[in-house]
Design a protein around this ligand. Structure first.
Ligand SMILES: Cc1cc2nc3c(=O)[nH]c(=O)nc-3n(C[C@H](O)[C@H](O)[C@H](O)COP(=O)(O)O)c2cc1C
Length: 187
């Protein structure tokens, strides 16, 4: 169950994982905007920067954001001081044509965000387990945007607050071997 690194890769990549034991400690605006800035420096097709954010870091918006989470996620993510909804603009601003790469580019932005957070001792955990239709209605998100994920952002708390089931899962996940990722192996 331990991660094994065969190569000398960026320490932040090695260290990042998706915990669930959040502390309720607030995150400073400076940290928050720094990680959003990191996200904004992701590369994107035609520099479209299709990523969009709905930031919940005040009690009113957090209550709204928590209400869209499925219960399995809510049980741990309700402690996170920040919940960030990430959406992706589907079309190019230049010509309103479909942007095939909107999700790809937005995924890169989330990756950058998570690494900048890691550098600052801030943990992140992306979630797909939430109601997209409820999110669209509550936050009035138009059909021009794909709703991608909600990310819990905060600092590491106390593992004893987690249910027994979640305690078992509270560790960095391992990865497939690179040989399993190469579709053209053996050619
Ligand atoms: C798009 C996306 C959706 C995810 N959805 C959930 C989720 O709903 N609930 C959850 O507990 N973890 C969720 N995860 C976390 C993954 O399970 C986790 O990233 C994966 O197991 C790899 O573990 P690591 O991030 O600790 O390396 C999601 C991750 C991503 C990127």
């Amino acid at each position: 169950m331990t991660r094994i690194f065969k190569h000398d890769i960026l320490p932040l990549i090695k260290e990042r994982w998706s915990p669930r034991a959040y502390s309720e400690e607030k995150i400073s605006k400076d940290d928050l905007y720094a990680i959003l800035e990191a996200a904004s420096y992701a590369p994107s097709c035609f520099n479209e920067q299709p990523w969009r954010f709905i930031l919940a870091d005040d009690e009113k918006t957090l209550t709204k954001m928590r209400s869209i989470l499925y219960s399995g996620n809510l049980q741990w993510a309700q402690k996170a001081p920040v919940l960030l909804l990430i959406a992706a603009k589907k079309t190019f601003s230049l010509n309103n044509e479909e942007n095939f790469w909107h999700m790809f580019d937005t995924g890169t932005a989330w990756g950058f965000l998570s690494l900048e957070a890691q550098k600052r001792g801030i943990i992140t955990h992306a979630m797909g387990g939430f109601s997209m239709s409820k999110a669209r209605k509550l936050f009035k998100i138009s059909d021009d945007y794909e709703i991608v994920t909600v990310v819990a952002i905060g600092r590491y708390g106390d593992i004893s607050q987690l249910s027994d089931d979640l305690k078992q899962r509270e560790h960095p996940d391992t990865r497939k071997d690179i040989s399993e990722l190469l579709l053209n192996k053996g050619e």
